[in-house]
Design a protein around this ligand. Structure first.
Ligand code: ZN
Length: 379
């Protein structure tokens, strides 16, 4: 009798434990993250073609550059790392908010995963899954990953007055269109160099890359453009971004037309320069000539904007001021119906300038300098 009661007691305890395990099992439904497909190696980095005609008038050929192997290596390595470490993700369906500033949004859940963009505090995201270290989120219809420590289900408090927009000057409320030059992969299909032109040019070149850092131009231009966006918003402007991720396919003519249609007042095209002569340094800006057959009437405004912007950058960074180059060979200028400038913020072919432009410090300075120029343009 005593034994029987004891056995019943054990059975009772065992069934309680079983229930607890089952409940715990149901609460967290695990799913395995799909291993990403190997990406095609990016081609043509460093070969500035079409839109990026060397702006300093030292005509040199650009053969002999063979940067492709390096980038192919990087992208397959990245995929390999991700597959080995792909964590299990608990499913979720909720809104989360970014709690830090300039938080990386990555293609894969890995610190080596390609950075698709940087997000500011307070941006809301749909979270579809998470592990201890990574959250899988949907941003602009794309699935990407963000470090779990920088997201929260609670909306962060509004910034205090010190960082609130200071609306002043003639530019207050004006819309500024920003184009971060290039994209992850160039597009060598052709398009007319201007409306109705018979001359054709590549839709969008793949851009250059840092001679010392290996950073591709499209990453540098977006990093600076996102800082510029924030700086302009802080100064009371509205901003229209042509792209906020690398994985886009937008031609230079299309970018100009997007800027027009956005209702923007001016168009800032952010690029970095490259030449075979690695000693050449400095910032410059570009605009159309007064005789441009497509938009020559915008010449004086574009020139005034270009001058103000290059002076602004050099004022902040101390870079050599190479002034304004006038050219009618840029599709992204020729297709534009608002004042426009191409900013060549510095030379990635110069090791010193390349290394500077790789730092947050100088990227901030460049963004502030461009914004100073825009303020000056509206004075
Ligand atoms: Zn460029």
């Amino acid at each position: 009798m005593k034994n029987l009661r004891k056995r019943n007691g054990w059975l009772f305890l065992a069934s309680i434990l079983l229930c607890i395990f089952m409940l715990a099992g149901c609460a967290r439904k695990y799913e395995t993250v799909k291993a990403p497909a190997l990406e095609e190696a990016q081609g043509g980095l460093g070969q500035e073609e079409g839109e990026e005609t060397s702006p300093v008038s030292i005509a040199e050929d650009k053969t002999g550059e063979a940067p492709d192997e390096k980038s192919a290596e990087t992208s397959s390595h990245e995929a390999a790392v991700t597959m080995e470490t792909a964590p299990a993700f608990a499913a979720a369906d909720e809104t989360v908010y970014v709690t830090g500033s300039q938080v990386n949004l990555r293609k894969f859940p890995s610190a080596q995963g390609e950075v698709l963009g940087k997000l500011e505090k307070g941006v809301s995201l749909k979270r579809t899954g998470y592990s201890d270290s990574w959250s899988r989120v949907v941003y602009q219809d794309k699935e990407c990953y963000i470090s779990s420590q920088y997201v929260s289900k609670d909306k962060p408090a509004q910034e205090t007055a010190s960082t609130a927009p200071s609306v002043s000057g003639n530019g207050a409320g004006k819309i500024i269109a920003i184009d971060a030059g290039h994209q992850a992969k160039g597009n060598s299909e052709k398009e007319p160099i201007g409306p109705g032109a018979s001359e054709m040019k590549a839709k969008v070149a793949s851009g250059t890359q840092g001679t010392a850092t290996g950073i591709p131009e499209y990453q540098l231009t977006l990093a600076v453009s996102l800082k510029l966006k924030q700086e302009l918003i802080n100064r009371g402007y509205q901003v229209y971004m042509i792209r906020e991720t690398h994985d886009v396919n937008i031609s230079n003519a299309e970018r100009a037309q997007m800027a027009d249609k956005s209702g923007a007042d001016i168009f800032i095209r952010v690029h970095a320069n490259s030449l075979n002569d690695s000693s050449i340094q400095g910032a410059l800006t570009m605009c159309q000539t007064s005789k441009n057959p497509y938009n020559g009437t915008l010449y004086s405004k574009s020139l005034s904007l270009s001058k103000a912007v290059v002076n602004g950058i050099c004022g902040q960074t101390g870079f050599k001021n190479r002034g304004v180059q006038e050219t009618d060979s840029m599709s992204g200028i020729n297709w534009c119906n608002i004042p426009v400038t191409i900013v060549e913020m510095g030379f990635m072919s110069n090791a010193e300038e390349d290394k500077k432009m790789a730092t947050d410090e100088y990227r901030d300075k460049i963004a502030k300098g461009i914004a100073d120029g825009i303020d000056q343009y509206y004075k």
